[in-house]
Design a protein around this ligand. Structure first.
Ligand SMILES: Nc1ncnc2c1ncn2[C@@H]1O[C@H](COP(=O)(O)OP(=O)(O)OP(=O)(O)O)[C@@H](O)[C@H]1O
Ligand SMILES: [Mg+2]
Length: 466
């Protein structure tokens, strides 16, 4: 059976420990148990736990609460659940303050234990990703950092700074690659919700049914295949920010459901019968012109007004050329570090050449171009001639970024899938970039050429962080 992780149960009631152990083992966890604090501490010396379930009242006036700190120190991402007696709300609140993730009342409902483990593990994974992103930013690794020089972008950031802590619904529009997601992340990271999750979902990449279950989550048995409870993205973004990408691609049916969430600030999981309240900053993005979708009857006008409390329209790169110099040099710095090369910032002449180009794929295209130049150059200083060569030719004419021989590094250990997947992904990513560049970032034409759907392109761009 799949390994779900290791669980420590600390409770002085042997029967309860045993029942829970059998149940969780059946659900794929490896479980250790103890009746006292000192025994639990001994176990922790040798085993790293992903989940701890602690009884508040143990024998000899001991309390599981005293273990919270030690467990957190050992594993900051551990899920800590507290077992309380009936009507011990004060103690439960105290436990949450001390760092527990959830509390469970006696008599224990086993399914509820499992739900809580699953939900909190997903949340802690997301928190870890968010933390990692922040650390990268702090370390000066500029991936994800927003760079603006042009007046129009500075004004957009100024407005974003003014409103971000008020969390109004925001709609960001702009051509593909203009930085809609980067702006949404900026709002989250620099606002007062940054301690909580930034959860992104791309509506164009999913079928309607999948999108519904991703948004709202589902209860076990809600439909064929719903074998367990699953928390929706809205729930995961509680107190944080929910970024709904490509909102213009949502079907009218889902638009109606989404509107209801915005109006009522609550939602109902599929197959569930209670509404869950949410406090989430909603930011939606689109590269469609929503008013013209409304005219065609493809987008609900009431949803547009709900979302459009604050509207940022990101201009294409060709209309804000002042941004090009700094963006390019930041990308050079980033890729030089990544490939351990030393490449100097561009000079005035080289930047001027970049400014004369029209950038149909916007900043994404500029970033990919710099990526390619840094990979392929063997000089420290990029000259005008090189830039012209890389810009003027279609990607096939320049040395192909797709190696003809396999130069990918295949891991030496792991299952076949673990060893091959990263290589396949790397290869796929390169083919995708090449095809996009060739088709001047027109997704429909790229999709036709590659024999996949436009949706798949959207999903892949998103998953490869391109
Ligand atoms: N102002 C900026 N500073 C630095 N990097 C940026 C900026 N704007 C965009 N980028 C980079 O360009 C790429 C595309 O940005 P992003 O994904 O935010 O665009 P998008 O508008 O959401 O595109 P799409 O509509 O295709 O989803 C990303 O790799 C991002 O890091
Ligand atoms: Mg995007």
């Amino acid at each position: 059976m799949e390994q779900n992780g290791s669980v420590l149960i600390v409770d002085d009631e042997e029967g309860l420990r045993f029942g829970l152990k059998v149940f969780l083992s059946r659900n794929g966890f490896s479980v250790r148990e103890s009746g006292t604090l000192s025994e639990a501490k001994d176990l922790m010396q040798s085993i790293f736990f992903d989940v701890a379930i602690l009884d508040i009242r143990l024998k000899n006036k001991e309390s599981g609460l005293d273990l919270i700190r030690t467990i957190r120190d050992q594993n900051p991402n551990a899920v800590i659940l507290i077992i309380t007696g009936y009507a011990e709300l004060d103690t439960a609140i105290d436990a949450l303050r001390k760092g527990a993730n959830d509390y469970l009342q006696k008599p224990l409902e086993k399914e509820r234990v499992l739900d809580s483990i699953r939900k909190n593990r997903e949340l802690s994974l997301l928190r870890r990703e968010n933390r990692q992103l922040k650390e990268e930013l702090k370390k000066g690794n500029n991936e994800g950092k927003i760079i603006v020089d042009s007046f129009v972008m500075k004004e957009i950031l100024r407005t974003a700074d003014q409103v971000k802590n008020l969390a109004p619904n925001i709609l960001i529009s702009g051509e593909s690659g203009t930085g809609k997601e980067v702006l949404a992340r900026y709002i989250h990271e620099t606002g007062n919700r940054s301690e909580n999750n930034f959860v992104a979902l791309n509506s164009a990449a999913l079928s309607s049914n999948l999108l519904l279950s991703e948004l709202f989550g589902h209860r076990k048995g809600a439909f064929t295949g719903a074998v367990e409870d699953k928390a929706g993205k809205f729930e995961l973004a509680h107190k944080g920010t929910f970024f709904l990408d490509e909102v213009g691609d949502m079907s009218l049916g889902i638009q109606a459901k989404f509107l209801r969430v915005l109006e009522e600030k609550s939602f109902e999981p599929l197959g569930g019968n209670n509404r869950i309240k949410i406090d989430t900053h909603i930011i939606a993005a689109t590269n469609h012109d929503i008013p013209s979708l409304i005219k065609k009857g493809l987008f609900r006008e009431d949803l547009f007004f709900r979302l459009n409390v604050i509207h940022f329209n990101l201009p294409p790169l060709r209309e804000r050329k002042e941004d090009i110099g700094n963006l390019s040099n930041n990308f050079i710095k980033m890729y030089s570090r990544q490939y351990r090369k030393s490449v100097d910032p561009l000079g005035e002449n080289e930047i001027q050449i970049l400014k004369e180009y029209s950038w149909p794929g916007n900043i994404r295209e500029l970033k990919n171009l710099i990526n390619r130049i840094v990979i392929l150059t063997d000089q420290e200083q990029i000259c005008s001639e090189q830039i012209r060569r890389f810009l003027g030719c279609s990607p096939e004419e320049i040395e192909s970024p797709i190696p003809t021989k396999t130069t990918f590094h295949v891991a030496q250990s792991g299952t076949l899938a673990e060893r091959l997947n990263p290589v396949i992904e790397e290869y796929e990513k390169k083919i995708l970039i090449q095809a996009l560049e060739k088709n001047r970032f027109n997704r429909t034409r790229t999709a036709e050429e590659l024999g996949i759907t436009r949706k798949t392109i959207g999903r892949k761009l998103h998953s490869y962080n391109l």
